[in-house]
Structures are given as C-alpha cells and as structure tokens.
Design a protein around this ligand. Structure first.
Ligand SMILES: Nc1nc2c(ncn2[C@@H]2O[C@H](COP(=O)(O)OP(=O)(O)OP(=O)(O)O)[C@@H](O)[C@H]2O)c(=O)[nH]1
Ligand SMILES: [Mg+2]
Length: 131
C-alpha cells in the first residue's frame, strides 16, 4: 500500500479532486470527479461489512475483497476503503460529476475484544484529518 493511501482503495488519502464538492451550475466536462466518503461505523458484529458487501453485490460489483465475520470473532481490524464508480446516469441525476466514486470506509466495530474503542475513534480521526 502506498504511503498516505487508504487500504484497498487505490486512492490517495488526501483527495485532490475535492470530496463533497459538486460544483453546481458547471457543465459536467468542467467538473472534477469526486470521491464521496461514507464511513460505516457501529458495534462489533453489527453488520457493517455485510452492509457494504450487499451494496456491491446488489450493483453487480465484485465483493470478494470485503470480508465479513465468519462467526469466530471480530473481523474487521483496520480501516478498509471499498470504492465503486457511480454510473453516468446516476451522476447526472444527482448533479455529481461523472467518473465520481462512492468510497465506503469499513471500520473495526465498537466493543470488539481486540481494539479499544478509543483506538477505533483514533483511527477514524486520523483518517478524517488526512482528508
Ligand atoms: N440475520 C442477520 N445477520 C446478519 C445481518 N448482517 C450481518 N449479519 C451477520 O452478522 C455477522 C457479522 O456481520 P459483519 O458484517 O461481519 O459485522 P461487522 O459489523 O462488520 O463486524 P466487525 O467487523 O466484527 O465489527 C455475520 O455472520 C453476518 O452474516 C443481518 O442483517 N441479519
Ligand atoms: Mg466488519
């Protein structure tokens, strides 16, 4: 993994495209593609990874890189970003630049037996600070 990038995302942690900016009123060719970050947080075993996997599968995307709990303990132990491109139709419908991506950030669950909640929060804070 390159320094400064999110695991599994293949994108830099810093977002030169400018996440969250839709540039309304500007034609699509003038807009820059953006990464729409969606952190998924919650209790350990609550179904965070399953939710992300289901989103990918429902859109016909490969979901093998998303690991869910196999019943033998806490599963997600690091932040893991999983991104997919928004279709041009959906982008136009919502005034989002074509070529933009949704980036789901899977996180370790709260109350898991491996990582303190404070560490989970710290991981998230560091990630947000790098954006
Ligand atoms: N019945 C039911 N089981 C679910 C649902 N969502 C997830 N599960 C099951 O709950 C278990 C935990 O799901 P995960 O998606 O790994 O949960 P998580 O929140 O990512 O867990 P951690 O990464 O350990 O924090 C798995 O065995 C899933 O199959 C749901 O909506 N209904
Ligand atoms: Mg998980």
């Amino acid at each position: 993994m390159a320094a400064g990038s999110l695991p599994n995302s293949g994108i830099p942690a810093s977002n030169p495209a400018g996440a969250g900016v839709t540039n309304p009123g500007v034609s699509n060719s003038e807009r820059k593609a953006i990464n729409i970050m969606i952190p998924v947080i919650g209790p350990s075993g609550g179904g965070k990874s399953t939710f992300i996997k289901n989103v990918f599968e429902s859109l016909g995307e490969d979901s093998q890189h998303i690991t869910v709990d196999d019943g033998f303990g806490s599963c997600t132990l690091k932040l893991a970003a999983h991104s997919l491109y928004i279709t041009d139709d959906v982008a136009d419908q919502h005034n989002i630049p074509q070529g933009s991506r949704l980036v789901f950030v899977d996180t370790p669950g709260f109350d898991n037996p491996v990582i303190y909640d404070s560490e989970v929060v710290s991981l998230m804070a560091n990630w947000l600070a790098s954006e």
